[in-house]
Design a protein around this ligand. Structure first.
Ligand code: ZN
Length: 217
């Protein structure tokens, strides 16, 4: 049974909440017995574990106490951000070096442009492999989905894809390319995705587990 903090009030129902530190808070009616609360918590233990895991990813994803420029996610890894006397930002194996005067907005714009560059390089390769040709693509501010495909077969990708590992970016691009043929999530659609990305289920799971990346920056 997970540890929890119990908060009683005049409410009529039980509710669970995971706070920013990953701690479980249970809100309960004043008179409900502790045993009933325990049974409820026990019955939701799988849900709680999943939420706490997500919160952990979120916590490690959000820039540490040092502020927005302490570390950034890029291609599935976190890089400490170092301010140096450089003209252009540059990744080393260990860190991202940025010019000393850069603001959060500059860094964000750089990462968004990186996403555009990476998609521009990779999308034609995947298009050639699948024989599915988009009319173009845009990198967007979307925070509810990683990609989409318009009725005119123009593809949209959330710029925060730049945080994800290369194989995850590939999966999202393949997914949207497959929507050129199937404008739905039918069995035929998923069969087509599987043909080009046999590990797509694992890639979808990775995105679910890292949903918090959507809220960074
Ligand atoms: Zn889709």
């Amino acid at each position: 049974m997970p540890d929890y903090t119990l908060i009683r009030s005049d409410r009529k129902t039980l509710a669970l909440e995971i706070d920013r530190t990953g701690a479980l808070i249970v809100r309960a009616p004043r008179r409900l017995s502790r045993a009933a609360v325990d049974r409820f918590v026990e019955s939701r233990s799988a849900w709680i574990a999943e939420k706490q895991r997500l919160q952990q990813v979120r916590a490690s994803a959000v820039t540490p106490a040092g502020g927005w420029d302490a570390a950034v996610w890029y291609r599935g890894r976190q890089y400490p951000v170092l301010r140096r006397q450089v003209r252009q930002p540059a990744f080393t194996d260990e860190a991202l070096m940025i010019p000393e005067g850069w603001t959060a907005q500059r860094l964000r714009a750089f990462l968004k442009e990186e996403c555009r560059r990476l998609v521009a390089v990779r999308l034609p390769v995947l298009s050639a492999r699948t024989g599915l040709c988009p009319t173009g693509f845009h990198v967007t501010e979307a925070q509810t989905r990683w990609g989409s495909c318009s009725g005119k077969n123009s593809l949209n990708f959330a710029w925060r894809l730049v945080f994800c590992p290369p194989e995850i970016m590939d999966y999202v691009m393949l997914h949207e390319l497959c929507h050129i043929r199937h404008k739905n999530h039918s069995a035929a659609f998923w069969a087509l995705v599987a043909q080009f990305d046999p590990d797509y289920a694992a890639h979808r799971a990775w995105l679910r587990e890292h949903a918090a990346l959507m809220e960074l920056f």
